[in-house]
Design a protein around this ligand. Structure first.
Ligand code: FES
Ligand SMILES: [Fe+2]
Length: 446
């Protein structure tokens, strides 16, 4: 683990393949617009890592299934009779028809719409027409669905298309212990939005990987977060994941009145039985007392996991970027997941998702910076959003606007490549990890 990794100034070069196989590569525009680079990522990054396929509560009963599209790959995840979940490539083994259309459902068997081959929930091929007419022998029990690795953790269904991959726990590394504390598998996903965005998936993940943009892109956050990088902890892990621990429940020194108890802070203090007036003129001291109040009141408000949280986790967002494209932000009782995944064919587009999970507690549910509060504590339906026609959340809207603007800039021959600050070292880590994956994949094939 390295903290505040210093990175050299990045000089621009148009070096797609050289960049793909060099360490600490330049972050050039071709990485965001090239179909060739997109294919390298598909083959050597996305097909080799653990990905989140679904929220496990989406498929609670035997035979419940959900389909996740990742680039050109379609993954089918199915609840088994023993309560576990299996994942398969969503393709019929006869002649390659897409097996399941639609996003989710419940079934006893999967029947292909072409020649009617039928598969059991565990992927076993159990029926074919004219079983005696196969020169190579009856395929039942033999040409089963192509199963891939699948595990459950933190309320998510994870899959990995690489059958020889490392265990999920090894992939997660330090992140597992940090997020195990929140009992996320007992949370309810109350928000689930998905949208196609006009930018490469990395533009969004780059944004997740730095807080340099907070004062300019999200000036509103200075009311409640200390957005000064010198007061923020950045942890870069050998797994390729990273973590940002920014102080919450404290106005930034950049705020117009950093000692004043502003409205968001006052609301948070009042919710936990503290009088905002007691902190007027010393707002920066409220955070520690708020931690103590949450520590004292949490269990009686049915936040049974609060004793496991660190003091900082009671007030501060723990913001984790999971390689390659997922960002999870935990704030004591609310966990947000945002992710960007590649478009099937166009490097200038991606698929963005915004999930909100809440601890049920005593029933008070608010999700910061998202529309729809107060909201019922029920599992949300999948909500497809046409980008630009509806909000994906106040803060995400701001980030997606700049990511889309970058995609326009990446078309410019005048852009020589990124020139990073030290506090953007997680962006460099992210791109270096992509390059490592591609380099390793190419080496294994040669
Ligand atoms: S392609 Fe599925 S049964 Fe023929
Ligand atoms: Fe942002």
């Amino acid at each position: 683990m390295t903290e505040h990794t210093n990175i050299p100034a990045i000089k621009g070069q148009n070096n797609l393949i050289a960049g793909a196989i060099a360490s600490s590569a330049d972050i050039t525009r071709d990485r965001y617009i090239s179909p060739d680079f997109m294919q390298l990522e598909a083959d050597y990054v996305w097909a080799k890592v653990w990905n989140i396929g679904a929220w496990a509560a989406e498929i609670p009963g035997i035979g419940d299934y959900v389909v996740h599209q990742l680039g050109k790959d379609s993954i089918l995840m199915v609840r088994q009779t023993d309560g576990g979940v299996k994942a398969f490539h969503n393709v019929c083994t006869h002649r390659g028809n897409r097996l399941v259309y639609g996003e989710n459902g419940t079934t006893e068997k999967f029947a292909c719409s072409y020649h009617g081959w039928q598969y059991e929930l565990d992927g076993t091929l159990s029926y074919v027409q004219d079983a005696d007419d196969f020169p190579l022998g009856n395929p039942c029990g033999v040409r089963n669905l192509a199963e891939i690795r699948c595990e459950l953790w933190a309320g998510f269904v994870w899959y990995n298309m690489d059958v020889g991959c490392e265990p999920l726990d090894d992939f997660l590394g330090e992140v597992k212990e940090i997020f195990d504390r929140y009992d996320m598998d007992k949370m309810v996903r109350v928000g689930y939005q998905i949208a196609e965005i006009p930018c490469n998936w990395k533009s969004i993940h780059d944004n997740f990987c730095e807080s340099y943009h907070l004062p300019t892109t999200h000036p509103e956050l200075s009311e409640f977060f200390d957005d000064d990088y010198k007061n923020t902890i950045f942890e870069l892990y050998d797994t390729g994941h990273n973590l940002m621990r920014m102080k919450g429940a404290v106005p930034s020194k950049r705020d117009d009145a950093p000692d004043h108890v502003n409205e968001p802070l006052a609301a948070e203090l009042a919710e936990w039985g503290l009088d905002p007036a007691d902190f007027e003129g010393r707002a920066g001291e409220a955070r520690v007392e708020l931690q103590a109040a949450k520590r004292a009141l949490g269990p009686e408000r049915k936040y049974d996991y609060f004793p496991k949280l660190l003091d900082e986790q009671l007030t501060d967002p723990f913001h984790c970027n999971l390689f390659p494209g997922t960002s999870i932000t935990a704030q004591a009782t609310v966990v947000g997941l945002q992710r960007a995944e590649p478009h099937p064919t166009d490097p200038n587009k991606c698929i963005y998702e915004n999930w909100s999970m809440v601890a049920v507690g005593d029933g008070v549910v608010r999700v910061p910076n998202t529309p729809g509060d107060p909201r019922p504590v029920v599992e949300a339906e999948r909500h497809e959003v046409i980008y630009g026609e509806a909000s994906l959340g106040f803060i995400p809207d701001q980030d997606l606007r700049v990511a889309s603007g970058q995609q326009l800039g990446f078309q410019s021959r005048g852009f020589e490549g990124a020139y990073l600050t030290g506090q953007e070292s997680r962006v460099q880590q992210f791109h270096d990890r992509i390059n490592e994956c591609i380099r390793q994949g190419l080496a294994e094939e040669s």
